[in-house]
Design a protein around this ligand. Structure first.
Ligand code: UN1
Length: 512
């Protein structure tokens, strides 16, 4: 996934711009350095959404100290009681869904229906995961010695550092925060620098729900704050979603410090369209999978692998639909595709379009341009772009672009298609359109990804199923579902000997 590295802002900020704060130990505070950064609307860079504290290691230190201080009380709060507060949080999120969605579109760019979906995903995650407060099942088993009891239970891992990206500004923080809390951990969140307001909205809701001071802390800022969190001695776990480059550095640091680390990084997801597919349905799915969120999803359908027998028809229908997409400000109800997140992302995406045209020499079917005139002049807009006749090894077929660009690759036999889909360094999501149950099951078995869809695009994961990928996408963990509990809790095996004497497992003979 692409990750912003530069501060947004065009110097037009006025003193009337609203200031937001870090949340540390239950207090809303500025940064230790007194510095601020602007959160700019990517559809209109003259619109400053808010001003946020630019935090450094000192702010992180204070947030970690607050999280440490509240750890024992929170850990000892019974899990069903922790969950009650989370259910209350779910209610607050539901009540404010509209406002959160509008503010999210303003800071992030994606269209209102999608930011509504983002907030809804946070609501779903909160209700679903809060339910775990009354489960968090352990198990009992039989001990090998008489008069001895054996059982296993989950315990919190401790202090968690959560580092979140820009593309799902409330959903992804909730995927990390809610399970961390239900398991009894305290947290410090480093918000995504392009979308800090949605994290602040989530955390204000936590405050309103009555989650005790110090349990949830937020520092806003850039890589400096993130790096300080990752290397802090009192942080036990880092959960990160973002670019593969940053993820690798985090993993290296965590390995040196022996911290638990969960990573969710890039994707180069593909849809297979078989010759027996319902072509209109496959076109709809491809359009949504490739251009929803302006292609800025880890799960975006950035490759369409199409059977030669239906290739011409599919390409023609898809291109027709792509050319009709309306690009614009996500707050405008008529917009289909919003801007990309910032200047750096835009340059990277336009760079890949150049690679597609020149180095790779794929066929540009539509789009390819930077929209920078008229209503587009103050935003980061790119025309929805389709490349066809691409080879599987081309850079545009292999590397994550994270923008409104998709690449069509022809094939002639299902196993060849599966090889193409699996032939990248990532393994997040895959899909197949076919009416043939045998082909569908063969693909479900052979596609080596963490998520797989049949007759649907590569996006649209639901919160009660595990989310994550194979190979370069992650490091073996899964968020969401009940599987996420394995990130935020550790198993404790407990033996109770009620024989009243020393019994040596593996050594004493037991009379039968
Ligand atoms: C992402 O792709 O970065 O599956 C997260 C989906 C969303 C989450 C996507 N529920 O499309």
């Amino acid at each position: 996934m692409a990750k912003a590295k530069i501060a947004k802002g065009n110097g037009k900020a006025k003193s009337s711009v609203k200031k937001y704060h870090n949340y540390i130990g239950g207090k809303w505070v500025g940064s230790a350095s007194g510095e601020w950064f602007d959160n700019v609307n990517p559809a209109d860079t003259g619109d400053i959404v808010g001003r946020f504290p630019k935090s450094n290691a000192e702010d992180v230190d204070r947030a970690v100290a607050a999280a440490r201080e509240s750890a024992t009380r929170w850990r000892r709060t019974p899990a069903p009681k922790r969950a009650e507060l989370l259910f209350r949080l779910g209610e607050i999120l539901r009540t404010n869904k509209q406002r959160y969605s509008e503010e999210m579109t303003r800071e992030m760019g994606k269209v209102l229906t999608e930011t509504g979906g983002d907030v809804q995903e946070a609501i779903d995650c909160t209700y679903y995961t809060a339910g775990e407060g009354r489960r968090l099942h352990g198990f009992t088993t039989k001990a090998e010695m008489p008069d001895k009891y054996a059982m296993c239970e989950r315990q919190p891992v401790g202090l968690c550092g959560l580092i979140t990206p820009f593309n799902f500004p409330m959903a992804i923080p909730s995927w990390k925060l809610i399970p961390a809390l239900v398991c009894g951990n305290t947290v410090v969140i480093k918000s995504g620098e392009d979308v800090p307001l949605s994290t602040i909205n989530l955390v204000k809701a936590c405050e309103e729900a009555g989650i005790p001071k110090g349990v949830v802390n937020v520092v806003n800022g850039f890589g400096e704050a993130g790096a300080a969190l990752v290397s802090h001695d009192d942080v036990r776990l880092i959960s990160f979603t973002g670019s593969t480059d940053t993820g690798r550095k985090i993993a290296e640091q965590c390995a040196r410090d022996n911290k638990i680390v969960s990573l969710e990084m890039g994707g180069k997801n593909a849809i297979i369209i078989m010759d027996d597919a319902d072509i209109d349905n496959a076109v709809e799915g491809s359009l949504w999978g490739a251009f929803g969120t302006s292609g800025q999803r880890c799960t975006a359908s950035s490759r369409l692998v199409v059977h030669k027998k239906v290739y011409k028809k599919f390409v023609q229908k898809l291109v027709e639909r792509v050319m009709a997409l309306r690009v614009g400000n996500g707050l405008d109800k008529k917009t289909d595709v919003g801007p990309v997140i910032n200047q750096q992302a835009m340059e990277k995406i336009l760079g890949y379009i150049e690679i597609g045209k020149n180095e790779d020499k794929a066929k540009l079917m539509c789009g390819g341009g930077h929209l920078n005139k008229g209503k587009y002049r103050n935003g980061y807009f790119i025309e929805p772009t389709v490349f066809a006749d691409a080879a599987p090894g081309m850079r545009i077929s292999q590397e994550e672009i994270f923008g409104p660009v998709t690449t069509i690759i022809p094939f002639s036999d299902l196993d060849e298609a599966i090889e193409i889909v699996n032939g990248v360094k990532y393994g997040l999501s895959s899909a197949i359109y076919t009416q043939d149950v045998n082909r569908a099951f063969h693909a479900m078995q052979e596609l080596y990804t963490g998520i797989c869809y049949v007759n649907s695009a590569t996006i649209g994961a639901e919160v009660h199923l595990p989310f994550g990928g194979t190979k370069g996408t992650g490091n073996g963990h899964r968020e969401a579902g009940t599987q996420v509990l394995d990130i935020f809790s550790e198993w404790k095996a407990i033996y109770v000997d009620y024989s009243g004497r020393l019994q040596k497992a593996q050594i004493d003979e037991v009379e039968i």
